[in-house]
Design a protein around this ligand. Structure first.
Ligand code: SAM
Length: 245
């Protein structure tokens, strides 16, 4: 069941029967014993503006020691089961990665995958990305990754899209000056509208950002669409270095 409430700091687990959804029980255990790096509700209190310390705490039992250095913070919106998130995290031990999604199964599975792969730089969050103001300080994020965010194929369904003008403005506010968004979608019209929304929010189109070193990161849905003969549309947008938050 997707959790669409935008109050990310509100606890959800107590309202759902763990016998019906086994991922709720896994989430509840993880919030108590730190067995996997997944967060939800009040466990996210105090994270805003403090993500590097939060990663140090979440991964202390996996041998992470506080470095004191500023580490890039990359957020994947709609991380699904964590394939791309963990691939990126494995390629970038110098950065921290947060995956957000709206089902227990997806964020728990993504966190399990991260623990299995031994990453010390991944956390997943159960929460609607529209509510991210509660968990990220303005200028705290160094990059957003949004791959195939919406299944809405018909024009009439476009009002349900995640990436619109309001969301582009929110992303801009949360990004540091000079930071980026990388979006991909199967729908050419969605990318056209999203690109316009990013431009209106002050973003500038850019070549693929150096951070990813030319890697393509074919996501689960991108692969599915490619096998159906559908191509991906999208690109990288950068918040100007001089733009105030
Ligand atoms: C079509 S899937 C794409 C998954 C993955 N990014 C990929 O490319 O394979 C869209 C994902 O976005 C998630 N999602 C949809 N709306 C969201 C929202 N408001 N906040 C966070 N995640 C969301 C869905 O639960 C789903 O996992």
């Amino acid at each position: 069941m997707p959790i669409r409430q935008t109050d990310i700091l509100q606890d959800i687990s107590p309202r759902i029967n763990p016998d019906v959804n086994p991922y709720v029980a896994k989430m509840t255990a993880a919030l108590t014993d730190g067995s996997i790096p997944v967060l939800q509700g009040s466990a996210l209190g105090g994270c805003k503006g403090n993500w590097r310390a939060t990663f140090d705490r979440l991964h202390a039992m996996r041998g992470r020691t506080p470095s004191g250095e500023k580490r890039p913070l990359i957020v994947e919106i709609g991380c699904h089961l964590g394939l791309t998130l963990n691939e990126m995290a494995g390629n970038h031990p110098e950065a921290d990665f947060i995956g957000m999604d709206i089902t227990f199964k997806r964020v728990v599975t993504a966190a399990e995958r991260s623990a299995r792969q031994g990453h010390r730089n991944v956390a997943t969050i159960l929460g609607n990305a529209r509510g991210m103001d509660a968990i990220f300080a303005d200028g705290e994020v160094d990059g957003f990754v949004i791959f195939f965010p919406d299944p809405w194929m018909k024009r009439a369904q476009s009002k349900h899209r995640l990436v619109d003008g309001e969301f582009a403005t929110l992303l801009s506010r949360k990004l540091a000056p000079g930071a980026f968004v990388w979006m991909k979608t199967d729908q050419e019209g969605y990318w056209k509208d999203a690109r316009e929304a990013f431009l209106q929010a002050g973003f500038k189109p850019t070549e693929p950002v150096d951070f990813f070193a030319g890697r393509i990161y074919e996501s689960t849905f991108e692969r599915r669409f490619r096998l159906q003969g559908l191509s991906a549309h999208g690109g990288h947008m950068r918040k100007p270095a001089a733009q105030a938050n």
